[in-house]
Ligand binder design. Structure first.
Ligand SMILES: CC(C)(COP(=O)(O)OP(=O)(O)OC[C@H]1O[C@@H](n2cnc3c(N)ncnc32)[C@H](O)[C@@H]1OP(=O)(O)O)[C@@H](O)C(=O)NCCC(=O)NCCS
Length: 227
């Protein structure tokens, strides 16, 4: 199965690494390269895979599946929705060293990186990033477009809303709810609910920003001409 990665930047190469590791472990998935709108990226090789063209070139590239390799949650959502609307097949990528426990479910477009642990009966939505060394405790539910950062630890029965960012090395205590599009800063300890679109940092986590991510998403959609 020939797969194109949308985005050739840092996170795109993280996704490429996961796909290459899957291929080396015997998966039929074969990453064939990237598409990226960055003019400077055209024709370059990244992790040995070529940048095959721009996003608009995708229909002309022979492929069976795609995956979004963009770290920013709002932008990843826009690109994911665009690919779904175009009828593309979004693949799910799981590094061979990740542990996917019994009863756990992963939806399309989701990436699970090296040494991550997805616990018992966990539900992970679409287009989610579970980064390296992250832990999702038992019966946790992660909604679409979220990003669980490297080394972040979530206890059991947590509800992670759409588009949530859990930063590097953050910890979330069991049975807490992270509201949609909230951000948990790197290294934080979340011991209470986090409101939608809020930004919390520190140990224990405290509110620093009551943000409005909608305006950011709207700007990104406008910039991409995808309205
Ligand atoms: C919390 C976060 C989202 C805030 O980003 P931001 O809106 O750009 O905020 P700023 O960087 O302007 O910081 C605002 C204030 O919070 C503080 N702050 C930011 N992140 C912090 C953190 N993780 N822990 C403690 N304080 C933090 C800043 O020092 C600053 O304090 P000041 O006002 O006293 O100067 C971001 O700093 C963060 O931690 N992101 C996680 C990134 C990550 O781990 N991604 C996964 C990697 S793949």
């Amino acid at each position: 199965m020939q797969v194109v990665i949308l985005g050739a930047g840092g996170h795109g190469q993280v996704v490429a690494n996961v796909l290459l590791a899957m291929q080396a472990a015997g998966s039929p998935i074969t990453p064939i390269g990237y598409v990226d709108d960055d003019a400077g990226a055209q024709g370059s090789l990244r992790l040995g895979l070529p940048v095959l063209g721009r996003r608009a070139d995708l229909p002309h590239i022979d492929h069976d599946g795609v995956i979004v390799g963009v770290g920013d949650n709002a932008l990843r959502r826009v690109l994911f929705d665009e690919l779904c609307a175009a009828g593309e097949t979004l693949i799910t990528a799981v590094h061979p060293t990740a542990v996917i426990s019994a009863g756990a479910l992963l939806s399309k477009g989701t990436v699970v990186c090296a040494l991550a642990v997805v616990g018992t009966d966990v539900r992970v939505g679409a287009n989610v990033v579970v980064n390296a060394l992250a832990l999702l405790g038992h019966h946790t539910v992660v909604a679409d477009h979220a990003h669980i950062g490297p080394g972040a630890h979530l206890g059991g029965e947590i509800a992670v809303g759409e588009g949530v960012l859990v930063g590097l090395g953050a910890n979330v205590m069991s049975r807490r709810h992270l509201g949609a599009w909230c951000r948990v800063g790197a290294g934080a300890l979340v011991d209470k609910e986090v409101a939608p679109r809020a930004t919390v940092v520190g140990v224990p986590a405290r509110l620093i920003i009551t943000g409005n991510v909608d305006s950011m998403i709207a700007e990104e959609v406008k910039a991409m001409g995808a309205t």
